[in-house]
Design a protein around this ligand. Structure first.
Ligand code: F6R
Length: 620
């Protein structure tokens, strides 16, 4: 997830673009760059790794020539680490065209090879750079007296797979900026004689509140004369114009009151992005970034997962998938405990370190210890170029985009997706799963974004329930199988946000002690496994619900659509879509996030920054 700005108008473009990027820095801040059309000259560009402040410093030391047309980018790295060379804009070899991009171009490797064959020299590791070169070629091929950058963009977009927002400018098309979007946001701001393009309205709200929403697969051309929008084939397209009435800080949060709400809402997109580009032309799972030799993976005889907090809960769920699909024994351990018990590892141990930030010290120390023992370490991480992936043998990035709220939500769901992918990949290289079985799970995973969306659309009763429980003294969470880590995660969210006593239990453990906690009207959330497949699990948990209800608990039952057996025992029923048992956490976790967020808000807590916590815990 990156931030993009484009400007055409009468003001100094650099000022407009930089102030827009500042408002978009929440979308990513590992590098930033700008390109400006100079009067009668080539494009002037500057880019720097690190926060926007680094770019501003570079521009202060070496000012660019002035101009009133420009583009800019603040990056959250996906392909290629956060370096100066990988920062956007990217240009063709003659620096005639500059382009910025948000998203993932899935077929970039094939395009890159084709460009290299035609003599193009690509200087970065990014997927984006191919677009600059393709645009330059298309402009040349179109010929003519004037550069038709919009038509060149349409031609290029027709060749791209994946998700992308692109914004480009060309030295031979003075006064013009062109944008394109597929599965990634881009809005137009319409001022008086000036136009803006941005990933969201926060970038231009200081200049105009009149916006145009671009649709899927559309190309937009901005000049001071106006805005032209077409589809990728050049046919005029319908667009929606609207007035933005948010203030600037609400705009950064996409109109949500908190980043956490926004991040919960972004989960369908985040899950879809993490799945992007993982299947090759022959239907085989390909995990590009995983650079551990398949032979090494074939010889693995034990998997150990290390992580903290929410990431640890993702690891607990991963264990079920890894053992079921690969038959390799899998241990999951809280990273802070791991090295102190002298764990047994050798060259045949695969350690998976899961971390959103990539900077958690406990996880880092655990992976260092594992590598010292000769184990191979695979990081599952959301932050490109952070310490944990850098110190690991391999990495699989989740593409959740920056998570700003302290409580982890979209990172968790994407960690689950990444864990499922790793488990399937191990099954593929070791031959414990057939190709068609893997493909079937991938197909089921591809339904997840839609199913998460469905859950999000039905959350009002959950919010209402959460508000009604603001004065409860405690909430318990129960689950079985993969529902047990979901229960732990639900309890963690409530603890950290609502500062309430909340515990997650394996439902079967209840009778061994915790059932003594049940008293009249104690809210107990029960995550119910699907009645299909492992019906024995389902039947057991229905009995557990009856046991707690008989002792006065107020039961809040999370169960899949069509599960009628739970209805008589549910004081509150939360429906989730039908999913295969192992994938249920992707949908079952979402109501628990919403519940915790709403309950904490009802208590008047600051949900984005709960007390005593920090987003990135860099101490042991
Ligand atoms: C809970 C939460 C934390 C983190 C934990 C690990 O909502 O966010 O429990 O999951 O501190 O952080 P990362 O994933 O950055 O290693």
């Amino acid at each position: 997830m990156c931030g993009i700005v484009g400007y055409v108008g009468g003001q100094p473009a650099l000022d407009v673009v930089l102030s827009g990027l500042k408002r978009l820095e929440y979308r990513g801040y590992d590098s930033a760059g700008v390109a400006v059309q100079t009067p009668d000259g080539p494009l002037a560009t500057e880019k720097r790794a690190g926060k926007l402040a680094n770019l501003e410093k570079a521009l202060a030391e070496n000012p660019l020539p002035g101009g009133t047309v420009g583009i800019g980018h603040t990056r959250w790295a996906t392909h290629g680490g956060p370096t100066d060379a990988n920062a956007h804009p990217h240009t063709d070899n003659a620096t005639e065209v500059a382009v910025v991009h948000n998203g993932i171009i899935e077929n970039f490797a094939a395009l890159r090879a084709e460009l290299a064959e035609r003599g193009h020299v690509l200087k970065s590791e990014t997927d984006t750079e191919v677009v600059a070169h393709l645009l330059a070629d298309e402009v040349r091929e179109l010929g003519g007296d004037t550069v038709d950058l919009a038509e060149a963009m349409r031609r290029v977009c027709r060749r791209l797979d994946g998700a992308f927002t692109l914004v480009a400018t060309h030295a031979g098309a003075p006064g013009v900026v062109v944008g394109a979007r597929r599965n990634s946001p881009l809005v137009v701001g319409r001022g008086a004689g000036e136009y803006f393009l941005a990933s969201d309205v926060a970038a231009f709200i200081a200049h105009t509140r009149e916006a145009i929403e671009l649709g899927q697969d559309q190309v937009v051309e901005l000049s001071r004369d106006g805005v032209t929008v077409t589809d990728f084939l050049g046919r005029p397209a319908d667009v929606r114009e609207y007035h933005v009435d948010w203030d600037a800080s609400a705009a950064e949060k996409g109109g949500y009151d908190y980043f956490m709400l926004k991040e919960i809402a972004e989960q369908p997109r985040a899950v879809a992005d993490t799945l992007l580009g993982r299947i090759d032309g022959e239907g085989r799972l390909t995990l590009d970034e995983v650079r551990i030799d398949d032979q090494v993976l074939r010889e693995v005889d034990k998997v150990v997962i290390v992580a903290c907090g929410t990431a640890y809960h993702a690891g607990l769920i991963a264990k079920y998938a890894i053992e079921h699909w690969t038959r390799i024994p899998c241990e999951v351990e809280v990273a802070s405990e791991f090295r102190y018990r002298d764990p047994i590892m050798d060259q045949q141990t695969l350690v998976i370190a899961i971390s959103q930030s990539g900077e958690t010290m406990d996880t880092l120390m655990a992976l260092r210890h594992a590598r010292e023992q000769g184990a191979k370490v695979l990081a599952i991480c959301n932050t490109n170029g952070s310490t944990i992936p850098r110190e690991s043998d391999a990495v699989l990035y989740t593409h959740a985009g920056p998570e700003v709220a302290v409580a982890s939500t979209k990172a968790f769901l994407t960690q689950l997706v990444a864990c499922y992918l790793v488990a399937l990949y191990l099954g593929q290289v070791r031959g414990t799963k057939w190709g068609d079985e893997i493909f079937e799970v991938i197909r089921q995973l591809a339904d997840a974004p839609k199913q998460v969306e469905q859950v999000l659309e039905t959350m009002e009763p959950v919010r209402e329930l959460a508000r009604s429980l603001a004065d409860a003294s405690a909430v318990l969470f129960l689950g079985r199988h993969v529902g047990f880590p979901v229960a732990l995660e639900g309890a963690l969210k409530l603890k950290e946000l609502a500062y309430m006593h909340a515990e997650g239990f394996a439902a079967g453990e209840l009778k061994h002690g915790p059932i003594a906690l049940i008293e009249q009207d104690l809210p107990v959330v029960v995550v119910v496994p699907s009645p299909r497949g492992r019906s024995v699990l389902h039947d057991k948990i229905v009995s557990n619900i009856q046991e707690i209800r008989a002792r006065g608990a107020k039961t809040i039952v999370v169960a899949e659509e069509g599960d009628e057996a739970v209805v008589p025992y549910a004081d509150h029923l939360v429906r989730i879509p039908v999913t295969p048992t192992l994938l249920q956490p992707l949908v079952a976790t979402v109501p628990l996030q919403v519940f915790a967020c709403e309950l904490a808000t009802a208590k008047g807590h600051e949900v984005d920054q709960p007390r005593n916590l920090a987003k990135s815990v860099t101490v042991e």
